[in-house]
Design a protein around this ligand. Structure first.
Ligand code: NAP
Length: 318
């Protein structure tokens, strides 16, 4: 089978497409025939060698995919040919086939295509954990999704809207803002505009109970004065350092909390996939694929995900 292989950390060009042996499932494992693989920003940090935890070389990147079950090991109830999506993989999903643990493989609803399946894993699980497991956001609360046009942002927007929150989303392009509004935000503002937080509070009718933050190194200092009393900021993404005024937290008795998806324990993981499964079934959650590229163009995908304006999810087709 063909797979993207990385033999040394570095620039996107270290990703090469190669012929590698097909994976075989052991007990409790599944081989998925990958039709589409989701590209997440974390895969660029790992590829560059700058991320805190790094895989052994050589490796194939990717955890998210949409495809079909090709083969299963002992003790697995999934059947060959079943349509599935993955939220994790042992061998990596930037490949025609991916070996996964059975718990990383979920049924793909008939209403969703493989590309949409590839847009579910990291973005939807992250959005659920940020909004419900970390911020404990509740119906009736005002929520700002600071960076709503990308994979995690669209997912968070749909979840917050479906759960009865007042949702303000931000995006840096007109196309992105249109998408965020279409996917459920009550109001949308431009995060490249200097006064956008004041505008966001004005649109929402007051300060925010919850801010889901995709670029904390740029925004965190300004987020804090936009919080209501008892407000919470969940830091989902950050690409550097930032200065804050702790007094902005004191008077509001507000909190800043971090999150990384791998910290979800098995019970939390099961809970979040149950919630996401229900949303997919009812149609309140519907992944948005913005761009697709062939598998061999993984290097271009890594450049684009960091440099282009987001309009939903970037997906590789195998
Ligand atoms: P993505 O699809 O590339 O989207 C990036 C988002 O950030 C877009 O909505 C983009 O908006 C927005 N953005 C750009 N400049 C911004 C600014 N000044 N203020 C606010 N938002 C801004 O990436 P993603 O998959 O949604 O991930 C978002 C971030 O979360 C990334 O940094 C990623 O590494 C991180 N993440 C963390 C976890 C975790 O476990 N903690 C899990 C998944 C992702 P425009 O393009 O419209 O400007």
């Amino acid at each position: 089978m063909r797979a993207i292989r990385i033999a040394a950390f570095g620039e996107p060009e270290v990703m090469r497409i190669e012929e590698v042996p097909d994976p075989r499932p052991g007990p409790g494992q599944v081989v998925v025939r990958v039709r589409a693989a989701g590209v997440n920003p974390v895969e660029t940090y790992v590829r560059s060698g700058s991320y805190a935890s790094l895989p052994e070389l050589p490796y194939t990147p990717g955890s998210d995919s949409g495809g079909e079950v090709e083969a299963v090991g002992a003790g697995v109830s999934l059947k060959a040919g079943e349509r599935v999506f993955t939220s994790g993989s042992i061998t990596g999903t930037y490949a025609e086939k991916a070996l996964c643990e059975a718990w990383q493989v979920h049924p793909l609803p008939a209403s969703l295509g493989f590309e949409q399946g590839a847009a579910l894993g990291v973005p939807y699980a992250t959005a659920w954990r940020a909004l419900f497991q970390r911020a404990r956001a509740m119906a009736g609360e005002r929520v700002l999704i600071h960076g709503a046009s990308g994979g995690v942002g669209i997912a968070t927007t749909q979840m917050a809207r479906a759960a009865g929150m007042l949702v303000v989303g931000t995006a840096g392009s007109e196309e992105g803002r249109g998408l965020v509004a279409a996917r459920g935000a009550h109001h949308v503002v431009d995060h490249s505009h200097p006064g956008h937080l004041e505008q966001a509070m004005k649109e929402a009718g007051g300060p925010f109970d919850v801010i889901v933050e995709m670029l904390a190194n740029v925004n965190l200092g300004k987020d804090l004065p936009a919080l209501a009393r008892g407000g919470r900021v969940v830091v989902v993404g950050s690409r550097g350092t930032v200065e804050i005024n702790p007094r902005d937290l004191m008077s509001r008795e507000a909190a800043v909390m971090g999150m990384v998806l791998p910290n979800a324990c098995p019970a939390e993981r099961e809970s979040l996939w149950a919630g996401i499964g229900a949303g997919l079934e009812s149609g309140t959650l519907r992944p948005e694929v913005g761009r697709t590229l062939p598998l061999a163009e993984a290097p271009r995908a890594h450049l684009e995900i960091l440099s282009s304006k987001a309009v939903g999810k970037l997906v590789l087709l195998t």
